[in-house]
Design a protein around this ligand. Structure first.
Ligand SMILES: Cc1ncc(COP(=O)(O)O)c(C=O)c1O
Length: 449
């Protein structure tokens, strides 16, 4: 299974490391997604490439085996990698042909299913990635209302409409956008078109409404990310934007399906005019959906929104298999249960070894922690290094999946115990930096560019 013969030994991955060294010459930045940058996890140590993935297990190009106790593909594979039911459905469709001059019927079946799960919505469009789907949602809102401005809260991808919020004022999205991201290449003319406000800060939102309410096409926000909104926050935003003739768009790209079948808004009891899904919806196959009321989606017909690969069949086929499986199995309850076990393990180990690890007060379906210490980044990197040595891809948060069994969690707990003991020792001896075999992980995206 693994090329390592003994546990807890530094592992070697020459093929995997060589390919990444080469990639950095060939591919600007080395990878396509910030979150999959090895430098974000443990520079010179984190394996950049996978040969194979299954459940929550991964093999790198050298055959090293890891349990994924990290992002599980940035939360995209909620059922686990290569889920057998989704893979089977995709294989069947592949054998019939994935692309054709005609359209895939699965897109209609999927639209019906999405509207059944969301009785407030009547219409559906598709894309293949979250950021792209968000750009479509904003285009639709602008076309429907014939207005330009957008109030925004949260992270919504890499597109011009969103990064415009950082134009001319690098602090505009602090606490919203990933710090350090530069809107270089975004037309300056978009300045002032996107107006950010902070989550749970109604006063900030009110200010935008007072100054620009009648020009707003939409409020674009995640209904929640790590915790519930304050009572009345979402309702007030919905009521205000509706009174001003704009639309409410919920970005459910990351939280949907994980927290609640159909999305966080169903749990929180606030319906938007448009909701956007991606990531977990296809369980690793590219598919995104923009769903909305017939009134809100008027702009989808009027505006030119069209792309060749939105017509392939694998995405909707995978989404149908994924959502149907989620209708059979209560995935949110399962991942929350596993997440609570992980939170308990972290708390117990931190207490046992007196390591300054603080468990985030967030939804257990995506639990996390940080080190409350001046060497926070060094400690996190050393944690990742020591967990890699024990066969785990691990950082300070976990996107739990259906494939994380109690047995795997127990195995992780044993490794965690050893690693916490070593962190405590490194802290006591003042050797945290010395014990790192590579540079400290990079948190600030800006430095990676
Ligand atoms: C809330 C939210 N919206 C949009 C996006 C962008 O999605 P994608 O990476 O598929 O373009 C992300 C990605 O992390 C996200 O978390």
């Amino acid at each position: 299974m693994a090329s390592r013969t003994t546990d807890n030994e530094p592992f070697d991955a020459p093929k995997t490391y060589d390919l990444y060294r080469h990639a950095k010459q060939r591919i600007p930045g080395g990878v396509q997604l910030f979150s999959k940058w090895p430098e974000r996890h443990a520079p010179d140590q984190w394996p950049a490439y996978f040969r194979e993935a299954h459940g929550c297990e991964t093999w790198d190009l050298d055959g090293n085996h890891f349990y994924d106790m990290s992002t599980n593909s940035v939360g995209a594979c909620l059922l686990g990698f290569r889920d057998p039911d989704v893979t089977e459905a995709v294989k069947r469709r592949l054998e019939l042909g994935s692309m054709c001059s005609l359209n895939p019927p699965e897109e209609v079946e999927l639209a019906d299913l999405l509207c059944e799960i969301h009785p407030w919505a009547q219409q559906v469009r598709y894309a293949r990635t979250g950021g792209e789907a968000m750009a479509i949602a904003v285009r639709i809102a602008r076309a429907t209302t014939d207005r330009s401005l957008v109030a925004v809260c949260g992270y919504h991808g890499w597109h011009d409409w969103y990064l415009a919020a950082n134009l001319g004022d690098s602090d505009a999205l602090r606490g919203h956008l990933l710090p350090g991201l530069d809107p270089l290449g975004v037309p300056r003319e978009l300045r002032g078109t996107v107006l950010p406000f902070k989550y749970n800060n109604l006063a900030e939102f009110q200010q935008i409404i007072e100054q620009h309410g009648d020009q707003l096409a939409a409020v674009v926000m995640e209904p929640c990310r790590g915790y519930d909104p304050q009572p009345g926050f979402l309702e007030s935003i919905r009521d205000e934007i509706h009174q001003r003739g704009g639309l409410l768009i919920f970005d459910e790209v990351s939280i949907a399906w994980r927290l609640c079948l159909g999305g966080a808004h169903l749990r929180l009891g606030v319906n938007p005019d448009i909701a956007v899904f991606a990531k977990a919806m296809g369980n690793g196959h590219p598919i995104a959906a923009i769903i909305g009321t017939s009134e809100a989606m008027v702009g989808a017909r009027r505006s030119f929104i069209s792309s060749s690969y939105w017509t392939e069949s694998i995405g909707p086929t995978a989404a149908l298999a994924t959502l149907q499986k989620m209708q059979r199995i209560d995935v949110p309850a399962y991942v929350a249960g596993i997440g609570r076990q992980l939170q308990d393990q972290w708390r117990r180990a931190a207490q046992k070894y007196e390591v300054p690890l603080v468990v985030a007060d967030s939804y257990p379906c995506a639990p996390g922690f940080h080190f409350n210490h001046e060497l926070n980044e060094e400690l996190r990197t050393l944690f990742t290094q020591l967990m890699l040595d024990r066969g785990f891809l691990a950082g300070n948060s976990i996107s739990v999946t259906l494939a994380h069994t109690e047995q795997i969690v127990a195995h992780y707990g044993e490794a965690l115990d050893e690693v916490m003991a070593e962190l405590a020792e490194a802290l006591a001896c003042g050797e945290v930096q010395e014990r790192l075999r590579g540079p400290v992980a990079i948190w600030d995206f800006g430095r990676l560019m």
